[in-house]
Design a protein around this ligand. Sequence first.
Ligand SMILES: Cc1cc2nc3c(=O)[nH]c(=O)nc-3n(C[C@H](O)[C@H](O)[C@H](O)COP(=O)(O)OP(=O)(O)OC[C@H]3O[C@@H](n4cnc5c(N)ncnc54)[C@H](O)[C@@H]3O)c2cc1C
Length: 381
Amino acid sequence: MKYQLIIIGAGVWGTSAALAAAQYGLKSILLIEANNGVATESSAKAGGIVTDLVWNPEDVSWVQRSRILYQRAFAKSQDRSILQRYGMLTLAEPSRAALLEKRAGGLLDRGIAAQLWDVARITENFPQLDRLRRDTVALWTPEDFHVNPTAYAEATVSEARDLGLSLRLGHPVTAIRLESRQVAVEVGGEIVMGDNVLVAAGTWTRKLLQPIGFQLPMRPYRVQLSSLDFPHGYHLPILWELATDVYLVPDGPHNLLAGDGTRLFEHDPDHYQTTGDEEFESTIAGHVIDLMSRADTAGLRTSWAGLCASTPDRRPLVGPVADRLFVACGDQGFGVMRGPALGELAAQIVLGEAQAPHLNPLRYPLTDFPIRPGFTLEEDV
Ligand SMILES: Cc1cc2nc3c(=O)[nH]c(=O)nc-3n(C[C@H](O)[C@H](O)[C@H](O)COP(=O)(O)OP(=O)(O)OC[C@H]3O[C@@H](n4cnc5c(N)ncnc54)[C@H](O)[C@@H]3O)c2cc1C
């Protein structure tokens, strides 16, 4: 079989690229996913936070474009879990008040709602946060929302299939071969040919390209999340506590997701512990109890770990690595909030509709660069 475009990996990035390419009018697109469903790896394990409180202006634009694409999927789909608008409260010590003020100013300049709150204002709106220090300061960003990436990816693929997308689930791509005027992809014991191939295989992307001589500068690291059971329910927005780097995400009336457990050393996507560490589970529970007495009666439902990919400059790797062969990866731990936009950008680059030389996937050699998280509030931008 021969396709105009083959996309490898059906996470948020790959499914978004598939829909964008179909909307551009490509008639034969094949999306290949190793697992039996779409968005079952990192995209399924994410907290699903979508916020404009990111440090790079280009990221703000990608979050804003992704918001539009999430809202569009929500409006078209019957699945109400795709998006929930909770707002986000970023909590900080007084020493970081000036930074929050600067960030609030930056958001307001872009027309994005943001307010600085003191502890009285916080507890007036969210009384269950009854254990905050009296000098806590906060930035309230009411437009921030939570998404269900799997529901979004399913809706996106369904729309793309209506436009002619072919989907192949349950078989990993085992080899890619560059030929003079096309790219051969081996999957399920067969060879399929593509005029162009986009590899959006998340933290596996480096492993897929290594055998044909491309050394992508990305290093996978492990991130953990717990789901806590609040038998009596709770009323909270998305919370991000800068001092501990703990974040909490509402996930239904009784479940609260709680994360912080970034392990900044390299992991192999085929061999890593996919459950949470005991130490992580007890530390995160302690952090939540420090924020509110309601957590005293909460229990651990489950915990898990997924991988994110760091790059030397913490910017994504999106673009060609060879004639007809493209990649989109390097999420830095906040690829759900930018994924729809970056998938779309990757499709545009493949189709010659956009260029992003600064995201050139091979702009750095693969060296032993330090792994750094990307979703941080930087002091000096
Ligand atoms: C615990 C945790 C919490 C997170 N929280 C957030 C958050 O709140 N907000 C946020 O923005 N981001 C968050 N992230 C990051 C986010 O999950 C990722 O940035 C995003 O999911 C990346 O999407 P992706 O499509 O690139 O990768 P993936 O979702 O991993 O998709 C890649 C796909 O490629 C497939 N694949 C791999 N190899 C092959 C092959 N050989 N053949 C075919 N298919 C293949 C995989 O099966 C997978 O489905 C979090 C991550 C973790 C782990």
